[in-house]
Design a protein around this ligand. Structure first.
Ligand code: ZN
Ligand code: ZN
Length: 170
């Protein structure tokens, strides 16, 4: 967590060496799958790679577009099933406000997490703040409500876009 590419907290700089993120995401995915006896088939692996090609959430149709551009023309259900698999094993998260998917840097963690979404560059960063989780559970329980999924999505401006307002425009 303290490596140089992560010097600005949870928002990677726009110039960070992204190959490292993709490689470590694939290593994590392989470890999670072998631990659980799940199979990271070529299409599941490729969908995960495509999602990790940036830190911007990606919709299912954008993923299909990339696959088609590569000469594969998978049927949409193939991509949906791959996404279901990745969700089920905690390798990606679904952001409902964007109807898009983002890779999880800590696959298999409990709780749904909180996401900071930059409206300028589209980057998403995941928080796993236990205090927020507890506060939600406490407030829900006070209403007699048993919460199951509590993903919190917060939109705003990331530190890199705040410093360089045009950096996220490309
Ligand atoms: Zn996560
Ligand atoms: Zn930004």
């Amino acid at each position: 967590m303290n490596s140089a590419h992560n010097e600005s907290g949870r928002f990677p700089s726009h110039e960070h060496d992204h190959r490292h993120c993709v490689a470590s995401a694939l290593d994590d995915a392989k470890a999670v799958c072998s631990e659980r006896g799940a199979r990271l088939t070529p299409v599941r692996r490729r969908v995960l790679e495509i999602i990790w090609q940036s830190h911007r959430p990606l919709g299912a149709y954008a993923i299909l577009d990339v696959l088609s551009g590569e000469g594969h023309s998978p049927a949409p259900p193939t991509v949906y099933r791959a996404l279901e698999f990745l969700l089920m094993h905690g390798l990606v998260h679904r952001l409902s406000s964007l109807n898009a998917f983002i890779g999880c840097a800590r696959p298999g963690h409990p709780g749904a997490g909180q996401f900071l979404l930059c409206i300028a560059c589209g980057t998403a960063a995941e928080l796993n703040d236990a205090a927020i989780e507890r506060a939600i559970e406490r407030s829900a329980a006070a209403e007699g409500f048993t919460s199951q999924v509590h993903t919190v999505e917060i939109s705003g401006i990331c530190p890199h876009c705040r410093e360089a307002p045009n950096a996220g425009a490309h």
